[in-house]
Write a protein that binds this ligand. Structure first.
Ligand code: FDA
Length: 513
């Protein structure tokens, strides 16, 4: 760490020589009183933050792209590793925790958004959050929307470069399917747009993870049309209300039902304090791009077993639906979307893809594993999310972007264990729960490769070597899980644009040596 500090002092001097006016206002070293609050403010997952081998020796919060260019050029000169952070929601904290010395380029101040209503496009800088983008679009028009995740404090820098699953994904696909231009600063400190970076690199950063290729400073996206009112519902069913059978039936319609409708399941368990009886609790959480009457007749035809009634449904603008799904306590208005602060916790997540409906027996085995954990532990939560695919997700070819999970996937499973400070003494046990349940699910999910979603990053799938080069063969163990056959093209692009592997982390794409 002492050596690292000295090297970073030289780095700071290099930056000062390039940006003498501004550097003191954007650089935070551990000696600075604001260092900890800047570092922690967007560490969404406290687990990697608490176990990280190194803390950043410097945090830069650039105000202009010229400062990012200098950050890259000086880092190259002094062989410093850079981690770039936009919203800080990486599941393994790769934007703020590391197994080797590093500095953070934190893009919180590079966050302006301009919406072009007439052409139905927007330029959004990488440090903006999804909530800020949604708000700005809603301010411009209530009939325009964008396809991206449900959590408003996620950053567009990481989210768009890894996919971007949305409550609108069955109708419109992913965020990456709506990116039409981007600005990136490459390993030489050059600012490139779509034309100057070329189609290979533009392809790679739309789902292949931006951190392997450069620092993305802005995206141009095309907006989608939505009606003035959409319909939402959140219907909860327990074991006594036939939840297992409903989940089983849901698997047969989830990817086939009208593409205007997305029904996502959030599954937890509970124990009755009176009887001690365990139950599964399934929330059928839905967005329908249309009105209540249309939705009711659709549900009557395709999923009558759920028993959806008019009083379960609420019509609202698409922007209001964002606040509804974000489930922000006390949120009274859409202004809450502008808030970058989020409640943080310790968590571990994993993902899977399901291509054939899971049998009732398989589901019961899954519930059993949820029940077992609930019994032992009240300091933590354990949740499954089933996110349906089909619709537009199946219309886009596997190679159109690096994100390969298209036709043939019924739904994605997300396993998550979360806990707070008190539960942290048992963190190993909570993490192991995700591993045990993942191991049980092997029989029911995709195989060869067992696919995973990059935005739910999981270092259990494999990591690069800390020192020296990771071979193509080693990296393909996790690489094919995230990218399937697109992994080869990502390696090819990496080799072309960053042969010295300057932009690297525990799970970055390696160049061919
Ligand atoms: P962060 O800043 O941590 O970056 C993530 C990764 O991208 C890091 O490797 C980082 O270095 C790199 N990176 C960031 N900015 C970059 C830039 N400008 N240029 C190059 N590389 C850059 N996903 C989803 O699809 N749908 C959803 O609904 C949700 N919901 C959700 C809720 C919550 C609470 C969490 C914690 C996460 C999600 N996600 C999600 C997952 C989310 O999409 C994923 O974690 C993103 O990578 C987060 O992007 P951030 O910019 O916030 O993270």
């Amino acid at each position: 760490q002492a050596d690292a500090s000295r090297i970073h002092d030289d780095y700071l001097k290099c930056l000062q020589s390039q940006n003498s006016d501004s550097i003191s206002t954007i650089a935070y070293t551990p000696r600075n009183t604001s260092y900890s609050s800047i570092l922690q403010s967007t560490e969404q997952n406290l687990r990697p933050a608490s176990t990280s081998l190194f803390k950043p020796t410097l945090i830069l919060t650039p105000l202009h792209s010229s400062e990012i260019q200098a950050a890259i050029r000086c880092a190259k000169k002094h062989e410093i590793q850079i981690r770039v952070r936009s919203g800080g929601h990486d599941y393994e904290g790769l934007s703020y925790a590391s197994t080797s010395p590093f500095v953070i380029v934190d893009l919180r101040n590079i966050s302006s958004i301009s919406v072009d209503r007439e052409n139905r496009t927007a330029w959004v800088e990488a440090g903006a959050t999804l909530g800020q983008l949604y708000y700005k679009i809603g301010e411009t028009s209530r009939e325009l929307a964008f396809v991206a995740g449900a959590c408003p404090t996620v950053g567009v820098g990481g989210h768009f470069s890894g996919g971007g699953y949305s409550m609108l994904s069955r109708k419109f696909g992913l965020s990456v399917d709506h990116i039409i231009d981007a600005k990136i600063i490459d390993v030489n400190g050059q600012i490139l747009d779509r034309r100057s970076m070329g189609e290979d690199l533009f392809w790679a950063i739309r789902g292949g993870g931006g951190a392997s290729f450069g620092i993305i400073i802005a995206w141009k996206v095309s907006l989608v049309s939505v009606p003035e009112k959409v319909t939402v519902f959140n219907l909860t069913k327990t074991s006594d209300q036939n939840a297992t059978q409903l989940v089983y039936q849901w698997q047969h319609i989830a990817d086939k039902i009208d593409e205007n409708l997305l029904i996502r399941l959030f599954i937890t368990s509970s124990t009755s304090p009176q009887t001690g009886k365990k139950s599964i609790v399934v929330s059928f959480t839905s967005l329908f791009v249309g009105g209540i009457d249309q939705l009711l007749s659709l549900m009557q035809k395709s999923f009558p077993e759920l028993g959806l009634a008019k009083e379960d449904c609420i019509e609202m603008s698409w922007l209001e639906s964002i606040v509804y799904f974000a489930n922000i306590p006390g949120a009274a208005s859409v202004e809450v979307l502008l808030d970058r602060n989020s409640s943080k916790s310790y968590f571990k997540g994993k993902s899977d893809y399901v291509k054939k409906p899971i049998s009732v027996k398989g589901l019961e085995g899954l519930w059993k594993r949820l029940f077992a954990e609930e019994e032992e532990d009240m300091e933590a939560y354990f949740q499954l999310q089933f996110s349906p695919y089909g619709g537009m997700m199946s219309e886009i070819s596997e190679s159109a972007t690096p994100f390969p999970h298209r036709r043939g996937n019924i739904f994605m499973i997300h396993y998550i264990a979360g806990w707070d400070e008190k539960g942290n003494a048992e963190s190993k046990r909570h993490v192991n729960w995700t591993r045990r349940i993942y191991s049980y699910m092997a029989a029911y999910v995709s195989k060869f490769p067992r696919a995973a979603y990059l935005n739910y990053r999981d270092l259990d799938l494999g990591v690069n070597k800390i020192k020296g080069n990771t071979s193509y063969k080693q990296a393909s163990i996790w690489g094919t899980k995230y990218f399937n056959q697109n992994f080869d093209r990502l390696v090819h692009v990496k080799t072309k644009v960053d042969p010295s592997n300057f932009f690297r982390n525990e799970q970055s794409i390696p160049p061919l040596s």
